[in-house]
Design a protein around this ligand. Structure first.
Ligand SMILES: Cc1cc2nc3c(=O)[nH]c(=O)nc-3n(C[C@H](O)[C@H](O)[C@H](O)COP(=O)(O)OP(=O)(O)OC[C@H]3O[C@@H](n4cnc5c(N)ncnc54)[C@H](O)[C@@H]3O)c2cc1C
Length: 424
């Protein structure tokens, strides 16, 4: 489906990250597209994704994908249908970068190098004729008759200031050193758009307890983390977590943070350090350890059960004296020890600052964006894509897929080629 009657339009794509690279390519089929990036290179955030390996997307089917989206999954239906996980894999592979599937359906470049993904997306955009303007930061976008006027912080010679359509792909407000400092929210606000309150998501959690800082750097594997709000269980899963100077982090905590990002304060965390053992089995195990270490002090008798740095914390929580001989420990005291091992408790006091979060919760309200096109409902010719929109998801490649899918839909809509992926 091509539109040969239309004259070539100037389209500005602001932000050369995941969403911008795809939006620019999709918009370039009929138009003259300018991909405007404030940094000296494209995809600075993409470069650090997946610990430098870039978890591009996930093999999940669409239903599972939508279940992994925390905010506004329904808004994403058209975008995901227009450009799916298979489409992005096909596009990256067509540009010379093979992919592989890992645990949990996570898709990575076979080389484990995020730079290869950036290279493929850049090549793809360049092949489509996208003009790339680096070191060019957009200051303001103004509506003029039949289009938009863009103001830059420094006046670039090589690109126009007038455009028929503008796609805002400036990302969120986290990891601001990558260029995502939240400029897009201000640009949107100037057009009357509502910005849903910004909060950190996929983040570590600060806790009230002082003792966590003594465990800074300690990773716990195969533990069960359960979270309660007002006594009601809101999350429980098994996996890996980590103590930090401010509280807790690691995969389990990042996932939990997405569930409680709107209201984290006061959430109670309970860590089962031995989820594979029932209370009875664990009690028998403790008794056998006490037997093995008979006549020793409690603090010296838990070495087989716990990492050495955890021992004093667990003993403190149990209320038993660390100097007590294991021979003198009563059944009641053992029950307290069991409780500390099966339900070590922490209370969430907040989150680290937003710039340290993996993604930003909140952003341009989806109520003001047409989900079939990503066009603003307030201003014709203005589009949004990626993390700047109030959508965020679980870890596992879903956030990049949101950026790719909304980028595609915005670009193809600006191009009047919606739902026609055409040749990749
Ligand atoms: C450490 C880390 C690891 C992550 N790992 C993964 C992962 O493995 N898988 C996954 O799915 N998600 C991951 N994410 C999330 C994912 O990176 C983001 O959701 C995604 O990059 C959002 O894409 P975007 O294009 O909307 O924004 P960005 O990728 O942030 O791109 C926005 C671009 O806009 C530019 N820009 C901003 N303002 C202006 C302006 N005024 N003028 C010109 N340019 C501007 C910025 O410089 C930037 O290049 C990770 C995030 C972090 C921080």
């Amino acid at each position: 489906m091509s539109d040969t009657n239309k004259s070539v339009k100037n389209v500005a794509v602001i932000g050369g990250g995941a969403a911008g690279l795809i939006a620019a390519w999709a918009a370039a089929k009929n138009n003259s597209v300018f991909l405007i990036e404030r940094n000296e290179k494209l995809g600075k955030k993409l470069y650090i994704t997946g610990k430098g390996r870039c978890n591009i997307t996930n093999t999940d089917d669409k239903d599972e994908f939508f279940r992994s989206v925390f905010r506004n999954p329904k808004f994403l239906y058209s975008a995901i249908n227009a450009f799916s996980n298979q489409d992005i894999v096909r596009l990256i592979e067509a540009n010379g970068v093979k992919t592989k599937v890992e645990r949990g359906g996570r898709i990575f470049p076979e080389s484990d190098k995020s730079s290869d993904v950036i290279r493929a997306l850049t090549k793809n955009a360049e092949k489509a004729g996208v003009n790339i303007a680096l070191n060019t930061r957009v200051k303001a976008v103004k509506k003029i008759e039949n289009g938009f006027d863009i103001e830059f912080y420094s006046n670039p010679q090589s690109i126009p200031s007038k455009y028929d359509a503008v796609i805002i792909c400036t990302g969120g407000k986290s990891y601001s050193s990558t260029g995502s400092t939240g400029d897009g929210y201000e640009l949107a606000r100037c057009f009357g758009h509502t910005i849903v309150e910004l909060k950190p998501s996929l983040t570590g959690l600060c806790t009230n307890e002082q003792w966590v800082s003594d465990l800074q750097g300690l990773t716990l594997k195969n533990v069960q983390l359960t979270a309660y709000r007002n006594g009601k269980k809101i999350y429980s899963d098994m996996g890996e977590m980590l103590f930090t100077h401010f509280g807790v982090s690691g995969p389990l905590v990042l996932t939990l943070s997405g569930h409680i990002a709107d209201d984290p304060i006061g959430v109670l965390l309970s860590i089962d350090l031995k989820p594979a053992l029932s209370e009875n089995t664990l009690d028998r195990r403790i008794l056998s350890d006490f037997d093995k270490h008979k006549h020793k002090l409690l603090k010296n008798a838990l070495v087989d059960l716990l990492p050495s740095r955890m021992i004093s914390v667990i003993i403190n929580q149990s209320g038993i004296s660390a100097e007590k001989s294991v021979d003198e420990i009563t059944a009641i005291e053992r029950a307290a020890l069991l409780k500390a091992l099966k339900s070590l408790q922490l209370t969430v006091s907040g989150t680290p600052p937003i710039h340290q979060a993996i993604v930003t919760r909140g952003g341009v309200s989806v109520k003001e964006i047409d989900p079939r096109t990503m066009e603003s409902k307030l201003v014709k010719g203005l589009y949004f894509a990626g993390e700047v929109i109030d959508c965020d998801a679980q870890t596992g490649g879903y956030n990049l897929q949101i950026a790719f899918s909304t980028g595609y839909l915005a670009g193809s809509s600006a191009n009047d080629l919606q739902n026609d992926i055409g040749e990749i």
